[in-house]
Ligand binder design. Structure first.
Ligand code: CA
Length: 222
């Protein structure tokens, strides 16, 4: 397992590198956007968003463009809410907030890597109201217009579509998409929010307060 550690703070990077090596990971380090983009192919990227020569968000977007399967965990400073949301929308699988423990980081890594190796969703295209979802080609259209989703958004939509018209609990969504309930409600809400705005179809993904979410089936109540 090879990890690209993108972190410009040398002492943080050194501590993380030795902890990761003790856990058996091969570590490639990068301290700048330029180094991160020039790094060899890896399985997992731990990506600091504040880098001296640019923005980790751009690294995230570019790495995701090159390789849809690389796992990316954004590492942000506490309170940088905007960074987290943007990070998840540009293709990060999860994030951790500094300061974090190695135990927390390991839990995120485990969850993200389990997701990478999980089996593909069933390959039956579905039409639900204006929404068409084709798991085989990973294509989504609304009223015939293609919608570009991140992998997480797509997986969420697949789970909701499988149960269209019924409420799917938050824990089930977290388990199905993140393989853990550890990711927490906030991660789920961020992805639901971006999924909704990309679908641009108000009322299609409904919140069932205190329970979870429901994809409105054709003819069901708004
Ligand atoms: Ca930094």
């Amino acid at each position: 397992m090879r990890v690209l550690l993108v972190e410009d703070d040398t002492s943080v990077a050194a501590a993380m590198e030795s902890a990761l090596r003790r856990r058996g990971y091969e570590v490639v380090r990068a301290a700048t956007v330029a180094e991160a983009l020039a790094a060899p192919r890896v399985d997992l990227v731990l990506l600091d968003f504040g880098l001296p020569d640019g923005d980790g968000i751009d690294v995230c977007r570019e790495l995701r463009r090159r390789d849809d399967h690389v796992a990316i965990i954004a590492v942000t400073a506490r309170g940088e809410e905007r960074d987290r949301v943007v990070g998840l929308r540009t293709g990060a699988d999860d994030y951790v907030v500094k300061p974090f423990s190695m135990a927390e980081l390991q839990a995120r890594i485990d969850a993200v890597l389990r997701r990478v190796v999980r089996t593909a969703p069933p390959a039956t295209a579905r039409q639900i109201g204006p929404l068409r979802l084709d798991p085989a080609s990973r294509q989504v259209t609304v009223d015939g217009e293609p919608v570009s989703l991140t992998r997480k958004e797509f997986e969420l939509l697949v789970v909701l579509a499988q149960e269209a018209g019924s409420v799917v609990s938050r824990d089930r969504l977290l388990m199905e998409v993140w393989r853990t309930t550890f990711a927490g409600g906030h991660t789920l809400e961020v992805h639901i929010g971006s999924l909704r705005s990309k679908l641009g179809c108000p009322g299609l993904v409904q919140t069932v307060r205190g329970v979870g979410y429901r994809l409105r089936a054709e003819g069901s109540e708004r």
